[in-house]
Design a protein around this ligand. Structure first.
Ligand SMILES: [Zn+2]
Length: 215
């Protein structure tokens, strides 16, 4: 559907190229190409272009000084670039012309592919930050698979990023649609109905409880 291309986080066209996550040689070769780019997070906030009004995700070349610590997470291919992600220190200087952006309000301005990249990078970063220790034995675990898994060197347990199966539904009646928004959201930000864990909570129940409408 053509309108999907206009929605954030949908139809972004990012190729995850998941088969490369365990191919250290291939990822090393990609990092060495001039086309390689990285998105940068500081405290979970992506660096974006556009000054006080964030416009687009900043895609930095991998030889940028901010990336001296490397860009360990493989996100995939986007806009013709192999794209990685890196986390920088909270007090790291932000390059001129860029801004640390709160992703939720900024997402409305992002193209679908940028939103997908930023959301993926942020989710992985937050997961690594809160799962540094093995859930089985408590030992510090190591990031592997280019950011998509952690392994405990003490007991060998494998840990994977959290996934939340969800469906997003649009309630329609003729040419009208039921949309919702939070009072604190930026102008023109609206939401369909998010039915998380839909097996446990059938859609009509969620639809009745969230917007308070019978469907
Ligand atoms: Zn362990």
């Amino acid at each position: 559907m053509a309108w999907m291309a206009e929605l954030g986080f949908a139809g972004g066209g990012v190729s995850r190229a998941a088969h490369l996550r365990r191919d250290a040689a291939a990822l090393s070769a990609l990092r060495a190409t001039p086309e390689a780019r990285a998105i940068v997070l500081a405290e979970g906030q992506p660096l974006m272009t556009g000054g006080e009004s964030p416009e687009d995700l900043a895609l930095l070349p991998l030889d940028h000084p901010l990336l001296a610590g490397g860009a360990p997470v493989w996100l995939g291919y986007a806009r013709g670039h192999p794209v990685f992600a890196a986390e920088i220190a909270a007090d790291a200087p932000v390059p001129a012309g860029l801004i640390r952006a709160d992703l939720r309000p900024a997402a409305a301005r992002l193209a679908a592919d940028a939103g997908e990249l930023a959301a993926t990078a942020r989710a992985l970063h937050l997961w690594h930050d809160s799962h540094r220790f093995c859930a089985r034995c408590g030992s510090p675990s190591d990031m592997v698979d280019a950011g998509w898994q952690r392994i405990c060197p003490a007991c060998g347990a494998h840990h994977f990023p959290r996934t939340d199966p969800v469906v997003i539904m649009l309630i329609t009646a003729g040419d009208r649609a039921l949309l919702g928004r939070s009072p604190g959201w930026p102008d023109r930000n609206v939401s369909f109905l998010l039915a998380a864990g839909c097996r446990a909570a059938p859609f009509p129940l969620v639809a009745s409880s969230q917007p308070g409408r019978r469907v």
